[in-house]
Design a protein. Structure first.
Length: 345
């Protein structure tokens, strides 16, 4: 099993300087590169100072100048916000600038906050249909010439301009949860990225079951790779692990508030959550975080990851966004590289 880093510029308070956050993001990615991680992933979000990522390709092009070996992935672009010709061309240009290091992750999106602002009236079902139309069109454009007459996009014979460095185009990853998404990815020749959120190992096993069943449905097609993305904190002690669980619980309470889309938003930030509101959350607790996420001393993290490797996961992505201070994130990542990864070599 190989390892990667998943990171954004992450902001909860208006007191956090955005340029400093970007510099810290770059530093974490440089540590991942120097430490032998396989890839760095960063996503797309709009109008949200919780995860600042308006165009991941910009970040990846910059990261190519700061790194040497690490693959550079969009984790993920939001399909409904892209025209196929634009995505094919911008991804191909990114592949050229990064010397063929691009991995293209694509998702339907998750936040109704973003749908309301960029695609008013669109729901998750339509977003999924748009993703299923976008992916094969992008692949065809990389090979060009290609004419498209779809439900959401129509255009005459066109090719991607430019065309990517990688012969078949950058590998495409589909963010999948339901069986249909897994089947679409396998049938389309795409890799799969899964993100269990709060149901622990039972959900991780269920996501692998869905993936395996999708592969069995198309036995003549090659098995794609599957990546497991999880919030991770490698602690220096049991006490430190408890603190990490408290910090990640705070992060998830903010994540849940953004997802529910019911809280007032000012300058791209939701109104702060009080300690009482965090404590009253119906299913987010520090104890649940420690149980369901990968939080612990290196030996415990290794034990968890060995189980995921045995299930068949090809890549484990260390999701570092956490609302922790930068130095704590950095220390956790270094412990992961120096004390956890060697157990898998």
């Amino acid at each position: 099993m190989r390892f990667s880093l998943f990171a954004h510029m992450e902001r909860i308070s208006p007191n956090e300087d955005q340029k400093q956050l970007y510099d810290e993001f770059i530093e974490l990615c440089k540590i991942a590169d120097r430490g032998g991680m396989h890839a760095v992933w960063t996503g797309e979000h709009h109008g949200m100072n919780f995860t600042i990522a308006p165009n991941p390709m910009l970040n990846l092009v910059d990261l190519a100048r700061h790194t040497e070996n690490v693959r550079l992935g969009t984790g993920t672009v939001i399909a409904p916000f892209w025209h196929p010709i634009r995505l094919a061309g911008e991804a191909a240009m990114t592949d050229i600038i990064t010397d063929g290091r691009l991995e293209l992750g694509i998702a339907r999106g998750a936040y109704s906050f973003e749908y309301e602002r960029l695609m008013p009236g669109m729901d998750a079902w339509e977003a999924g249909k748009r993703m299923r139309e976008l992916v094969p069109a992008v692949k065809a454009l990389w090979h060009g010439d290609y004419e498209h007459q779809g439900e959401y996009h129509q255009f005459p014979k066109t090719t991607s301009s430019p065309q990517p460095v990688q012969k078949e185009g950058p590998p495409i990853w589909i963010a999948a949860r339901d069986p249909n998404s897994h089947e679409f990815a396998v049938e389309s020749g795409c890799n799969v990225q899964v993100t269990p959120l709060w149901n622990g190992d039972e959900e991780i096993q269920d996501l692998m079951r869905k993936f395996n069943e999708a592969c069995q449905k198309f036995p003549s097609l090659p098995r794609p790779d599957i990546m497991l993305l999880m919030h991770t904190y490698v602690a220096d002690s049991e006490e430190d692990a408890k603190l990490g669980a408290v910090e990640l619980n705070r992060f998830y309470c903010y994540f849940g508030a953004w997802f529910m889309n019911k809280r007032d938003i000012n300058q791209g930030l939701i109104d702060p959550l009080s300690d009482d509101e965090i404590a009253a959350h119906p299913f987010y607790t520090p104890e649940a975080m420690e149980r369901d996420l990968v939080i612990g001393t290196p030996d415990k993290v290794i034990e968890r990851l060995k189980a995921y490797e045995a299930l068949g996961y090809d890549e484990y992505s260390f999701w570092i966004d956490s609302s922790m201070p930068f130095e704590r994130k950095k220390a956790s990542l270094l412990r992961f590289i120096n004390e956890v990864m060697p157990a898998f070599q």
